[in-house]
Structures are given as C-alpha cells and as structure tokens.
Design a protein around this ligand. Sequence first.
Ligand code: 5GP
Length: 190
Amino acid sequence: MKELKEKILKFGNPINENVLKVDSFINHQVDANLMNLIGKEFAEYYKDRNITKVVTIESSGIAPATFTALHLNVPLVIMKKTTSKVLSDDLVQATITSYTKGTTFELTMSKKFVNKDDNVVVIDDFLANGQAAMGAIKLVEKMGANVESIGILIEKSFQPGRKELIDAGYEVYSLARIKRMSKGEVEFEE
Ligand code: 5GP
C-alpha cells in the first residue's frame, strides 16, 4: 500500500536490523487519516469473504482494526494482554512471548464475543515471528470460529512469521513487506 510505505520511509525509524519504530504514526501518536485508508484497503480486500468479526490485540492493533471493522461494518474484538495465569470459565487464553519486550503474557479473550458462526479476520500492526498472530488464531479457533485471514500492516519478511502462518494453512495479507532494514534505511519487497 503506497501511502503506508511512504509513511514508513518518511517517519519510520529502524533502530537496528530487526526493529522498526513507528511511534509517530501508528502506535503512540496515531495518524487517523492513514488508519482510515488502511481500514478501507483491508475492507476492500476482504469485502466478498463474509467476514463477521475483526479481531486484534491490544494496543497497537486497535487503531487500524477499528477502521477495518468500521468499513466492513462488523464488530471489533480486542484481545487483552494480561500477566495473570488465573483463567476464569468465561475466558480463553494463550501464552505469548512479546517480540519487542521478550516478556511472556497471556493473550486473553472473553468467550462472549466470538462463537462458532464467526468468520474472522485477525489484524495486527507487525508480523515478526508470528507468535501474536498464532496466539490470536488459537483463541479464535478455541471458540469454534473460522480464521479467514491474517491482515498485517508491516510484515518483516526476513523474519519467520509469514512462513509459519502459511505453513500452518493461513492466508497472510500484508500492506507493506520489508525485505531488509538497517539503521536509518528500509528496503521493501517488490
Ligand atoms: P510476532 O509475534 O510476530 O513475533 O511480533 C508481532 C508483535 O510484536 C506485534 O504485535 C508488534 O506489536 C510487535 N512487533 C514486532 N516487530 C516489531 C517492530 O519492528 N516494531 C514494533 N514497533 N513492534 C513490533
């Protein structure tokens, strides 16, 4: 997606070969116009796929996922990150290791908001090793729902997430795919 790639080139900050900071337009300060365009782009791509719910992970996925849900005219469900191991009967959980922090948390969702009749698209800001997406998929599938696709804003295609998801049988639709990065430089896939 042209507009997202332009923002990455202008405002993205690769702090090393592996981590891109996007805090001026995606996950700290938010460019609402860009999020709206991203939502439209995902909604256009998924429009004939009978999506019933958009699912995301707090907090960076919320902005793009909200606009995607708006343009698809379906509810958004936000999975929570908690460190509590206590699992109540009305919750489902999966253990995830955070890519950026290296810490472990429980991805948590209420059983109330996804059910076996749902056809879900999972939206997240980054795809690195695929842990977050795999955790989200696990929770959606625990509820008997179908994961139609994974929608990603920025895929670092030199990391293994895409292959993990594709090998497990899922579709990945990424708006920007980064081939390699170094301090101050970003190169996209063709
Ligand atoms: P994964 O679970 O695929 O290894 O990592 C995805 C999650 O880690 C995303 O939800 C995102 O919040 C975070 N993440 C991964 N790589 C980056 C990065 O380069 N920059 C930022 N800001 N977050 C990242």
